[in-house]
Design a protein around this ligand. Structure first.
Ligand SMILES: Nc1ncnc2c1ncn2[C@@H]1O[C@H](COP(=O)(O)OP(=O)(O)OP(=O)(O)O)[C@@H](O)[C@H]1O
Ligand SMILES: [Mg+2]
Length: 284
């Protein structure tokens, strides 16, 4: 179990983080949540070079966990361990254990294709397929045989677009190209595509960094809505975004987790000097 205790935020506020503390946060969760993803002693090597060193992390279900830290510290590498995307990088080797719902996802008997359907991923740059809006969403369900007829598929496409907050904007142009949407719409299309395979976990690697503030706000609201049904892990370079959208935060530095805990605590009362330096903009 992951303790999501409420931290009394009476601790002295760091001057530069006032705006973070004041950012509208959704991160006080009195109840305990079950652990969805457990990492134990995860190390990752690209050839001779080690990128992650003994990552231990428990990620609670139905909540948002932010991964923060300076460029090159291993956030994307860690995220890719969770859906075994590192498998496709020839020189990459992963050791240690990652369990989802207590099951080792590196067990040789595990079906990786099925795993990736359970773990959706959204990337930094919106990457719709060069297909229609409808087919972007229908692609995954077709491959995984999630529906048995056209009416069911239509309904799944519609529901996925509704959940991603895009339905009203695209319902009259479902046969139009996905690439014809604005950047923010494309990113919501990619979120709808991730949702369509009915995942339990959604991994997001800097999902707003290519978007303007309005599109970013829409995606952040969406993340907040989605968290009641999905376990979300988000990499972000924006401290404000981490403070706004996540309940827990892990700070990575040079391939290690320096500090991890409730988002409010990390931003108002970090226990490690490096965390404090990073969130106050002294490095990174
Ligand atoms: N495909 C790869 N081949 C070789 N080295 C890699 C590869 N991908 C990442 N690395 C190295 O692993 C380390 C961690 O990279 P990673 O991309 O995980 O960092 P990051 O925290 O996501 O950085 P950023 O914030 O810039 O996205 C870096 O030193 C990087 O150069
Ligand atoms: Mg990255």
């Amino acid at each position: 179990m992951v303790a999501t205790h409420v931290v009394e935020s009476k601790a002295p506020m760091l001057e530069q983080t006032n705006d973070l503390a004041e950012a509208e946060t959704t991160n006080v969760e009195p109840a305990e949540k079950s652990t969805k993803i457990t990492s134990e002693d995860v190390c990752v090597y690209y050839g001779e070079k080690q990128a992650l060193f003994g990552i231990d992390l428990e990620i609670p279900e139905n909540s948002v966990t932010s991964l923060i830290g300076p460029s090159g510290c291993g956030k994307s590498t860690y995220l890719r361990c969770i859906n075994r995307m590192n498998d496709v990088i020839d020189i990459c080797r992963v050791t240690g254990t990652i369990k989802i719902d207590g099951k080792d996802i590196y067990d040789p008997s595990l079906d990786v294709v099925e795993l990736r359907a359970r773990i959706g991923m959204v990337f930094q740059k919106p990457n719709p397929f060069p297909k229609s809006i409808y087919d972007n969403i229908a692609y995954g369900p077709r491959i995984h045989g999630l529906t048995s007829n056209k009416a069911e598929l239509d309904e799944l496409v519609e529901n996925s677009l509704i959940k991603a907050g895009l339905w009203n904007e695209v319902k009259d142009r479902l046969s139009g190209p996905g690439t014809g949407l604005s950047g923010g719409q494309q990113q919501r299309l990619c979120i709808a595509r991730a949702i369509a395979t009915k995942p339990e976990v959604i991994l997001m690697d800097e999902p707003c960094s290519a978007l303007d503030p309005i599109a970013t706000a829409t995606i952040e609201e969406l993340i907040d809505e989605l968290r009641s049904n999905y376990t979300i892990v988000i990499v972000t370079h924006s401290m404000q975004q981490a403070a706004r959208v996540s309940q827990r935060t892990a700070f990575f530095h040079l391939g290690k987790i320096i500090e991890e805990g409730e988002t409010t605590q990390i931003f108002t009362n970090p226990q490690n000097e490096k965390t404090q330096d990073y969130i106050t903009g002294r490095f990174g």
